[in-house]
Design a binder for this molecule. Structure first.
Ligand code: Q46
Ligand code: ZN
Ligand code: ZN
Length: 330
């Protein structure tokens, strides 16, 4: 049996750092880094996620996935000729948010990436923990709603072509599989590598669509990327999500490459899932103009409940001030 000392890169003969089972390759540090960078470039090209002259808004929390996504997107942008602008939302979750914000600020500064930081408490008068306390709703549902809203306002205001997210293969495939089991087929259409902009909602792209969690962790480590190790204190996996993830990983062990094949098959069939929509076309929120299924959007409803008035329009003005001070308004 080979010891780890004897294992050599299949491409250059240097000591290997990892095995890419589905590609039947052992790779050294240099070739592993190149392998992942090529995979992301191919993803951007294959699914037409970004192109020359475009403006991409990258949502960055400071965790390893979003930091790696931003770094890889930034590298690709120089080759492909698009512009990356980072967005960080400070949710006010004590020390976790403080460290996350500092990490993102330093990282963007070191790479010369323009960064927009929005502070939730400054925008609406409440931090996420304060909202959770007042509203008695699951933290992640409040947080998700707020982040989606703010990302979209910023993307609209800076005329971004898309919002880039750090979701990877091991986030997306279990979620897609779970939605398939539950036959929430339309939901699957939102989980592919790209959702198009429509009805005032700026589209999403997922540059790490074909990169696994393990590959991201190794890439971040080997590239010395700074990221926040701590998880958000509200994070927690549901039992079914965890089990579906383990199931897909055990399948991958038996059939290397099946997760990527699954991801590509879903991407090919996104239009099929999209055609299953039963929702009505979106209207505009009467308060803030954001796309909404109701007369008032969920952000305005939420702020109305907690602050006594819908804050969407006010928040948009505050965001415009932030963007203007950064020279990002056209
Ligand atoms: S930040 Fe927000 Fe996550 Fe924290 S409160 Fe939940 S959704 S876990 S990506
Ligand atoms: Zn090598
Ligand atoms: Zn609104």
């Amino acid at each position: 049996m080979k010891t780890s000392k004897e294992i050599r890169c299949s491409l250059c003969g240097e000591p290997a750092v990892t095995r890419i089972t589905y590609a039947k390759l052992w790779l050294c540090k240099k070739h592993f880094i190149e392998f992942i960078e090529k995979r992301v470039l191919e993803t951007l090209n294959r699914y037409k996620l970004a192109g020359r002259g475009q403006r991409i808004l990258a949502a960055v929390s400071g965790g390893k996935d979003s930091i790696t996504m931003l770094y890889l997107l930034h590298k690709a942008s120089m080759e492909m000729g698009f512009k990356v602008i980072a967005l960080h939302i400070d949710l006010g979750i004590g020390i976790y948010s403080k460290i996350s914000r500092e990490t993102v600020e330093h990282f963007c500064q070191s790479l010369g990436i323009p960064l927009i930081t929005l502070d939730l408490k400054t925008l609406i008068g409440y931090s996420l923990p304060e909202l959770v306390h007042k509203m008695r709703r699951p933290p992640c549902s409040i947080c998700g709603l707020i982040k989606r809203y703010l990302m979209n306002v910023v993307a609209q205001e800076i005329k971004a072509d898309a919002v880039a997210l750090g979701h990877h293969l091991d986030d997306l495939m279990p979620y897609i599989f779970k939605n398939f089991i539950l036959q929430n087929l339309f939901e699957i259409s939102k989980l592919g590598p790209k959702t198009e902009s429509e009805n005032g909602l700026v589209g999403r792209i997922r540059p790490l669509y074909e990169v696994s969690e393990h590959e991201i962790a190794l890439y971040a480590k080997l590239s010395n990327l700074p990221f926040v190790y701590e998880e958000c204190p509200y994070a927690g996996k549901k039992k079914l999500d965890k089990q579906v993830k383990e199931f897909l990983n055990s399948l991958e062990g038996l059939h290397p490459g099946i997760k990527i094949s699954f991801a590509r098959a879903v991407a090919r069939n996104i239009h099929v899932y999209k055609a299953l929509s039963t929702t009505k076309p979106l209207k505009k929120c009467t308060v803030c103009g954001a796309p909404s299924s109701d007369d008032m959007c969920s952000f305005c409803k939420l702020t109305n409940r907690v602050a006594g008035k819908p804050l969407g329009a006010e928040v948009r003005l505050k965001i415009r001030d932030v963007l203007s001070s950064l020279g990002l308004l056209e």
